[in-house]
Design a protein around this ligand. Structure first.
Ligand SMILES: NC(=O)c1ccc[n+]([C@@H]2O[C@H](COP(=O)([O-])OP(=O)(O)OC[C@H]3O[C@@H](n4cnc5c(N)ncnc54)[C@H](OP(=O)(O)O)[C@@H]3O)[C@@H](O)[C@H]2O)c1
Length: 317
């Protein structure tokens, strides 16, 4: 079991701000509490909430007045270094999970502690770098599109930002459910989306989606703002608008005769077990645009902030 004196490399922030607040340092290894698992991290998945929180937005409001020094990040894949007796996991097990969210996750590091309920056995069919890309985005899609939205076979779903971290998993899960999928992306992602199984691609930079899309059973929104506002009108009466960006207007939903709901992801090892099964069955496959060493977390954030990433950016310890 780890002692406080043992150290590790990590990306630490001491204040909210720009890319330069991300510092690669040696810090104390976290020490697992009773019932907690210590994971030796192989890879870390990055998400927009990482840079939003770095800027003092994202989940920063839930971290207390002075959470510093703070280790960002919530998506990990690695190997169990320590587990309590009678735990679901044993030393040496490959695991992955969304940890601590929306409080401190501590993922941008060589070790992190996690509650066993947040972890699942890593898929066998992909490596740990690819596994690290999965938890936050796949759990989001599971909880938003499947649990809250109840997407069913033959339904028509419009997925905004279909080429992004969340969107590319949403496309694959919607196809698995048997839905007809319309996806928005820029023109250079059209072929990629076709390969993923999207039935109709709308280049949102060329055509306002509401000019060519109508009568949808569901809109899955990962863009927000004006895109969210314009989405009410493409639903059929009784349709569902599921957004992961902000609280939708209930007045507007009532005016259009549709349901509108915001979903915030939460950790779940149990749901991740089902996602693992889908990955190992060949139904779900994460796209990794780029792998970078943990020490280059600034570059990962710079790329994410462009909002042009296809799939995911992963950090390797
Ligand atoms: N509520 C929750 O629990 C939850 C969970 C996960 C994520 N989120 C939020 O959901 C959003 C998306 O997350 P993400 O990880 O998918 O982000 P991401 O991977 O950074 O998204 C990048 C993608 O967005 C596409 N895009 C950008 N602007 C677009 C537009 N106007 N219309 C259509 N596509 C557009 C880009 O495609 P092109 O290059 O082709 O334009 C790119 O592929 C973020 O705001 C994130 O914070 C919320």
């Amino acid at each position: 079991m780890a002692h406080q004196s043992e150290t590790m490399n990590a990306i630490v922030i001491r204040q909210y701000g720009g890319l330069d607040v991300l510092q690669y340092e040696r810090v104390h290894r976290p020490v697992p509490g009773q019932d907690e698992i210590l994971v030796r991290i192989d890879s870390i998945g990055t998400n927009p909430v990482d840079y939003k929180t770095r800027m003092g937005r994202g989940t920063a409001g839930r971290l207390g007045a002075n959470p510093f020094p703070l280790i960002l990040g919530w998506d990990i894949a690695g190997v169990v270094e320590y587990a309590p007796v009678n735990s679901r996991f044993a030393v040496g097990d490959p695991v992955y999970g969304l940890i601590g969210f929306p409080q401190v996750g501590g993922a941008y590091a060589e070790y992190a502690v996690a509650h066993p309920d947040e972890l699942a056995r890593a898929p066998r069919s992909i490596d740990l770098a690819a596994a690290a890309a999965v938890p936050l985005v796949a759990l989001t899609v599971w909880q938003a599109m499947i649990e809250a939205g109840q997407l069913r076979a033959q339904e028509r779903v419009l997925i905004h930002a279909a080429a992004g971290g969340v969107g590319h998993i949403a496309v694959q899960m919607a196809k698995w459910r048997g839905a007809h999928v319309v996806g928005t992306a820029s023109g250079n992602n059209a072929d990629y989306l076709k390969r993923l199984g999207v039935d109709e691609v709308v280049d949102y930079q060329q055509t306002p989606f509401e000019d060519v899309v109508s009568d949808m059973d569901m809109v899955f929104d990962a863009v927000g703002g004006d895109t969210l506002e314009r989405s009410f009108g493409v639903l059929k009466p009784g349709g569902r608008l599921i957004t992961i960006t902000s609280q939708p207007s209930q007045e507007k939903a009532a005016a259009f005769g549709v349901k509108a709901q915001h979903v915030l992801v939460h950790p779940s090892g149990e749901q991740l077990d089902q996602i693992t099964a889908l990955i190992d069955a060949g139904v779900l496959k994460p796209t990794i645009q780029q792998q970078l060493p943990l020490s280059e977390a600034r570059e990962a954030h710079r790329l994410l902030e462009t909002r042009r990433v296809r799939g995911k950016i992963v950090l390797k310890t």
